[in-house]
Design a protein around this ligand. Sequence first.
Ligand code: 3HC
Length: 699
Amino acid sequence: MSDTQQINDVISLERVGEIALICIDNPPVNASAQPVREGLIAAVEAANADDAVKVLAIYAAGRTFVAGADIREFGKPPLTPSLPDTINTIEASAKPVISAPHGTALGGGLEICMGTHARVGVKGLRVGLPEINLGLLPGAGGTQRGPRLMGMKNTLDMSLTGKMVPGETAADWGLIDRIDEGEPRDVALKAAQDVLDGTLKTRVTSELPVEVDQEALDDARAMVAKKMPFLASAPKVIEAVERSTGDVKEGMAFERECFMDLLQNAASTRGMIHAFFSERAVAKVPEAGATPREIKKIGVIGGGTMGSGIATSALNSGLDVRMIEISDEALQRGISTVTKNLEGAVKRGKSTQEKMEAALARFTPTTNMDDLGDVDLVIEAVFEDMDVKKDIFTNLDRICKEGAILASNTSYLDVNEIASVTKRPEDVIGLHFFSPAHIMRLLEVVVANKTAPEVVATGFALAKKMKKIGVRAGVCDGFIGNRILAYYGKTAGYLMEDGASPEQIDTALENFGFAMGPFKVGDLAGLDIGWANRKRMAPNRPNEERYVRIHDKICEEGMYGRKTGKGFYIYDEGDIRPNPEALKIIDDERAAKGITPKDFSDQDIVDRYMTAMISEAARVVEEGIALRPIDVDAVFLFGYGFPRFRGGPLKYADEIGAKEIVRRIEEYAKDDSYYWKVPAILARMAEDGTTFEDLNKEG
Ligand code: 3HC
């Protein structure tokens, strides 16, 4: 006998004999939004009031169990009942409650499971406490019940890395009682029956003892100090877990207080939440409704670092790849780079030998461009020379089948001009990958004037297939990222010429949160790359623009950075130190220009650098090169190592406020009114008190 009662829109209660099945159905990911919490309490109470019911089982409909608290509720006034209260009600149920999670049980979802009296996972389950990725700590008992079920070490690992672990591993740890195969409802029903039969034991998690694991606590503290110094939530995780040995109510109160405090007051939490949404927001483009073309076979022209990286990434995502090089020798180099990339993934545990062999079986290197006749999409990744690219696209237009997409991986050249040499400009698009392309997640999808909507949609579908984050960009020199970089990069040069050392600038920016300062990045990428670009731009450089010659002079001495052992720094078997020859060039240039070195504070450095980045980013938004401010943020987060906890340059701008940014630009402009100009959009925002986030909301 079974009867089902709809508790509210998202929770139903079904009675099957002595079992009450509580189903959560809140698409898309069953987030524990207010109606879920309210409905769960009502269902538990109703089942407890029903004399026929002996055991309760919670499961979920759809693709996953509860993927966590509803992130859209964050930042708004808290709605009752809270998730901790909901879970406490479940745990306090007089009748045993079990859970049968499937898909992913994350954050608050896993905490619901922890509060039930037994947990049977559905095969394929993955569990995790990803709150740290949002700059939070588990806020519904995870730091208190976690150690009681799986020990301090596993709780710390899970909540500090935010990584998901397979249900089977969670079962080994004691977090999950066992894994069963079947539909979630059937697994829930069977597990509940096992409780009735006495074959599945139930326990009240809060009543279990916790063993202190001092080594795990110490290791976690050392790791956080070294790797996560900027995240306000990380030390809180450790503190909360440490308190789990005490009274559970006090531990939970402490955990909740930290959670609410971070949510309301921590800039790093706001930044991390913004970064989470940026990853998803960028897919919302005007062309999203168009039907993507089917892509199975792609061509990659060029087997250099970039082309090989793109080929590797495409092979890893299951595509057939044809790589074209100009000579057998160059082709061999490409093959060897692709093979090394694939082997590297196996070594790092990211892939397996079988997957690698399957990928290589789909790889066809050739020196004959005519072999591209049947591919669905071609990505040209040769060096940045417009004439060479035009030549390639003229040939592709002749060779490629009708409907094939012709893409350029150019970093800054005009995609309209490239498209103009073909008879099918609607099929031409920019797909700008970031090096190393098999690792970096950003893909700028550059939409030229005549690019067809379904070609744009295909660019985004390809990004998704390759597990990349596609960001729509308009055509201009450098698109979103490199254009902004070219602008603020000059500030680093000005600061250096005016008195700060490369090391001081790098350190100030690393302390701000960048993994590497701009001079170290330049040395790593190769100073000759920027040099070539500056030579290209030289004929168009306005006379009024201040030009710092230091980088060029360093290059003229054959010092290109890491690859030559010297650049701004000297690289000596793992040891890095400032290069005295570079420092001398800096001194000489200052003397030649009659500059008396100024004493910049680290804050001055960060302020000027960030203000420059924000100014150009604002112009990129104003001109529609980026659809919204959040698109610029995503570009910097996923392609330029921008500190995630700051959410992106324009999220950071909102933290400072447009008024202050305008004030700074006006102040800096006193020395260089050509470079420092207030973008109209910022002036408007300062005037009417609006933010970039307001523009994000407008879409
Ligand atoms: N709250 C609100 N919306 C959420 C959400 C959440 N927790 N998780 C996902 N969504 C939304 C996404 O924004 C997206 O919406 P859109 O379609 O409108 O853009 C939709 O659900 C689908 O998400 P994905 O595109 O990410 O789908 P995937 O299948 O690729 O991934 C997932 C599914 C693995 C569940 C992934 O969405 C995910 O990792 N979600 C975040 C999980 C998380 O961080 N949970 C912890 C929340 S904090 C918490 O629980 C606090 C507690 O301790 C008190």
